[in-house]
Design a binder for this molecule. Structure first.
Ligand code: SAH
Length: 204
């Protein structure tokens, strides 16, 4: 899988190592294990999906590029099955990952138990509010996309920190958006077209 990602342009050594270290088959149902190393999203229950490896790698690379590793505290919105949180744990000092569906929050806890990652903190709640107690964050990553970026995420970004999230542009397409907090203010750019599950408010 990592060789395929390299062929697609993944060049960051630490991200390659993180993708290598986290076995993706441990995050999907046994019936889907045969597809775990294909570059495809797969169902994880409750209508949600595990993100494509190329998208997880891309977001990790965007968070890491040009920065000293490990990053400090990183917030992930949308734990799902916990795969991306595990990848991020290899690139950051602390990962706070928040999920709004209790069933998936619990599934992620079970999946991650095997990896014994002491720096991953799983939270159950509405990630649209961020997680104030861990702020400010060196990095914020969202695995679900809404119409716009919630203000709380921007507020909880540290100076020099970077937010990577899907958001819908005026044309209606979803794009990855990168926002950097710089001494001159927030600087954002719109990158690849992506297809994430919807960001929803509240818990269930
Ligand atoms: N990070 C996962 C991707 C999970 S899919 C991976 O490693 O593959 C995205 C997840 O975002 C879903 O589980 C969905 O329930 C969750 N989500 C959507 N809106 C949310 C919100 N406001 N707060 C927290 N989680 C949210």
């Amino acid at each position: 899988m990592v060789r395929k990602l390299q062929a697609q342009g993944l060049s960051h050594p630490a991200v390659q190592q993180a993708m290598q270290a986290v076995e993706r088959h441990r995050f999907v149902d046994s019936a889907l294990v045969g597809q775990a190393y294909e570059d495809t999203s797969l169902p994880i229950g409750l209508g949600q999906t595990i993100s494509k490896p190329s998208v997880v790698a891309r977001m990790a690379e965007l968070l890491s590029e040009g920065r000293e590793l490990p990053l400090g505290r990183v917030l992930e919105i949308g734990t799902g099955c916990g795969y991306q949180a595990a990848v991020l744990s290899h690139l950051s000092r602390e990962v706070y990952s928040i999920e709004r569906l209790r069933g998936l929050h619990e599934k992620a806890r079970e999946n991650l138990r095997w990896f014994r990652l002491s720096n991953v903190h799983l939270l159950f709640g509405d990630g649209m509010l961020g997680f104030e107690r861990g702020a400010p964050y060196a990095g914020i990553v969202a695995a679900a996309g809404g119409e716009s970026l919630p203000q709380a995420w921007l507020d909880q970004l540290a100076m020099g920190g970077r937010l990577v999230a899907p958001a819908r542009s005026k044309g209606g397409q979803q794009h990855l958006v990168v926002v950097d907090r710089t001494p001159q203010g927030l600087v954002s750019k719109t990158l690849d077209v992506v297809n994430f599950v919807p960001l929803k408010s509240g818990i269930a």
